[in-house]
Design a protein. Structure first.
Length: 293
């Protein structure tokens, strides 16, 4: 683990004010050094994942939130590169489908949760239900909720109740063996502008661009306010938020990977299961049987 990174440094401290949190950090390392550091950390994470899989007691849920272009996709690709593919599942939550809207808003997240022994990564998460829907409350109408007849019915009490529901959801998960990490990739507005321009300038990146990105960018301050309130209302000891400077993608990956490794190593009960004494006493016999085939 990189000694320059500690989870406490990036853990959200309440009350959180995002404008006071840095968006750029390079950890005093060159790009080459950051790449080398990440490679070492993710190799160790991959080994640790094998132990979690064999232990089969905890699931690990990693939640990634951030503005468009904050680097969620590339972070997933680079941080989890050395994981056994059978032990990690990535879910990207888009606009809810008709089936998903026919259930409560947490349903599609419940059914995507990692099983014990596995890692699950949510690329955008259940927090979209207090972020995008808060900026665009008209989207709530598609959920067909009793008592909500118009946007005028979606008041502060509605959002406070939804924060409570999310806290209850995460508390239930942690009480039943899921370790929850929540990372907010804290991107500056200027860096987002530059990344959107790169998408327009480089042909191979055109597919990532949508005119809707510019529409949402005009609502930057509103989104920041919503993120701030969501984090302040859902930052709990059992499911803390980490605010990650995201203007330098390589450094952000090292920070996230380092936090994961530091916190997962605290689970001292996680170890590979041992064979029972009866099987152990016959290992030589089994080995000779195979050698003599």
């Amino acid at each position: 683990m990189n000694s320059k990174v500690t989870s406490e440094t990036y853990k959200a401290q309440l009350p959180l004010t995002l404008r006071n949190r840095p968006t750029l950090e390079n950890l005093d390392m060159s790009d080459k050094e950051l790449k080398k550091t990440l490679k070492a950390i993710r190799r160790t994470l991959g080994e640790l994942q094998d132990v979690f899989y064999a232990h089969d007691k905890y699931g690990v849920l990693i939640c990634l939130q951030g503005m468009d272009t904050s680097g969620k996709d590339s972070l997933i690709r680079e941080v989890f590169k050395d994981f056994n593919v059978s032990g990690v599942e990535v879910h990207s939550f888009k606009v809810p489908t008709e089936l998903e809207l026919s259930h409560n808003y947490l349903w599609r997240h419940y059914i995507a949760l990692p099983a014990k022994g596995k890692f699950g990564v949510f690329n955008r998460t259940h927090y979209e239900n207090v972020l995008v829907t808060r900026v665009h409350p008209e989207y709530i109408m598609g959920e067909n909720i009793p008592g909500i007849h118009s946007v005028a019915d979606i008041n502060q009490e509605f959002w406070d109740e939804r924060f409570k529901q999310i806290n209850d959801f995460e508390r239930t998960l942690t009480k039943n063996g899921t370790i929850v990490f929540k990372f907010f990739l804290n991107l500056s507005k200027e860096e987002q502008r530059l990344r959107l321009l790169r998408r327009l300038a480089i042909k191979e990146k055109h597919w990532k661009f949508s005119p809707g990105d510019l529409k949402e960018r005009k609502l930057w301050d509103t989104y920041q306010d919503c993120y701030e309130e969501a984090i302040n209302n859902t930052n709990k000891e059992h499911a803390p938020w980490y605010v990650i400077p995201a203007d330098n993608k390589k450094a952000a990956r090292v920070i996230v990977a380092s936090i994961l490794l530091e916190e997962l190593k605290k689970y001292k009960d996680v170890m590979e299961p041992e064979l029972d004494d009866k099987i152990m006493s016959k290992l030589d016999t089994y080995q000779k049987e195979l050698e003599n085939e």
